[in-house]
Design a protein. Structure first.
Length: 408
């Protein structure tokens, strides 16, 4: 059944055939605006008739959608990326289990509702409640397709959510043979050097993605302790309740367990679509109609794998309700909107800078040897080179190399 979100018409208030929802803007990026949905009842709407915030109604026969656990994502006009998560999710069949991907439901919004959302943006702009950088960009009123996205935020005080990007779960095929940093660690080092005060704007201590996917308990504990710094936990850091949460998360991501299997499936998908080194990628012709099908397929694969190297992973932890029930951890991927093919030249450029600047080899200007990356540590401390290289051979990578710095 097609689902239509219709601008609320007061004359329809109270009719059994409709349900009503209010929209609250919670996030705005370059390409989308995201709203939280709250169910409204006719009495509430009548008593706050001066409230001009956007509202919509849907047929009450649409019982299969839990609207209050969904967010509404609306595309902006002039957003360069016209492909959606739905396109890429189709390609992930058999690679990443669907229960580990946030649910997305495309629905239709009436033109009156889209117009009301734009009026709300203008009001915010006039009242200086909109970030300066977003002022002037508006919702695309000619495109009625909007998306309901599963809301992974904490459901109550009994749960909390943290979000992180697993990033590159396998070394870049462009990395030099003397690399002792993976792609993510090399980029972090470059950003650190380029930052004005030598500090990154993050409270979370850096961790190596290869270390996390490895699944060894002490490595996972380091990564999860960092993530919990950004979580809203009702417990003091170091308390027994806090340690119990940390223990659950460490167990979830340890080798062979559910979270670790998910990371391995993301890594497999990154490898599956990787077209090999960026330095070997063909150029996209200015006139795209003259670009060969083989070239387009390679470039499309590069875009897909780069999308998978930048997905967000939402972790929702629900505390145990009783001694009988244990805690529950849900892990779901989001940000699967395919990146623009126009970004390929900047990705090539980044790889060049990482190599020529010596970041992969920890030989950048004023380099201080660091041991954050798994590749910088002696083999006996946990790097299973054999396991990794057998997976890499499947995708044609042959030059992943470890060196053991004498200072270790
Ligand atoms: Zn690393």
């Amino acid at each position: 059944m097609s689902v239509s979100l219709i601008q609320l018409e007061p004359i329809k208030l109270g009719q059994q055939s409709f349900r009503y929802f209010g929209l609250k803007l919670i996030d705005e990026g370059a390409a989308n605006v995201v709203y939280k949905l709250t169910e409204l009842f006719p009495g509430d709407i009548r008593s706050t008739s001066s409230d001009t915030s956007p509202k919509f109604m849907v047929s009450s026969s649409i019982a299969h959608i839990n609207f209050t656990r969904m967010l509404l994502r609306v595309r902006k006009a002039a957003a360069e990326n016209v492909e959606t998560q739905c396109d890429i999710v189709d390609k992930l069949n058999n690679l990443i289990p669907s229960h580990h991907i946030v649910q997305m439901i495309p629905v239709q919004a009436s033109s009156e509702l889209l117009s009301a959302l734009n009026s709300d943006l203008l009001t915010r702009e006039r009242q200086r409640r909109r970030p300066q950088i977003r002022c002037g960009s508006m919702i695309e009123e000619t495109n009625p397709t909007v998306v309901l996205v599963e809301d992974m935020s904490a459901e109550s005080t009994m749960s909390f959510t943290v979000e992180f990007k697993p990033k590159w779960l396998v070394q870049s095929p462009d990395a030099p043979k003397d690399a002792i940093r993976c792609r993510t660690c090399a980029l972090r080092a470059m950003k650190l050097l380029q930052s004005r005060d030598g500090k990154l704007l993050t409270k979370v201590p850096p961790f190596c993605p290869l270390e996390l996917v490895e699944g060894k308990q002490d490595f996972v504990r380091h990564a999860m302790s960092g993530l919990l710094l950004s979580a809203k936990l009702p417990y003091e850091r170091g308390s027994s309740n806090y340690e119990a949460v940390l223990k659950d998360l460490v167990h979830y991501f340890s080798d062979g367990n559910e979270g670790n299997k998910l990371l391995h499936s993301i890594r497999k998908a990154q490898q599956h679509f990787s077209p090999g080194p960026f330095r070997d990628l063909p150029e996209l012709n200015q006139d795209r109609n003259t670009t060969s099908i083989v070239t387009v397929k390679k470039l499309e694969a590069a875009v897909t794998t780069m999308t998978l190297r930048d997905v967000s992973l939402f972790l929702r932890y629900t505390f145990s309700q009783s001694k009988k029930d244990g805690s529950v951890i849900e892990a779901k991927l989001a940000d699967l909107d395919k990146k623009s093919i126009d970004k390929i030249s900047s990705w090539k450029d980044t790889e060049l800078k990482l190599q020529s600047g010596g970041y992969y080899a920890n030989k950048e200007p004023n380099a201080v040897f660091e041991k954050i990356c798994l590749l910088s540590r002696p083999r006996q401390q946990g790097y299973r080179a054999q396991d990794m290289s057998s997976e890499l051979q499947d995708t044609g990578y042959s030059h992943v190399h470890r060196s053991t710095p004498s200072t270790c």
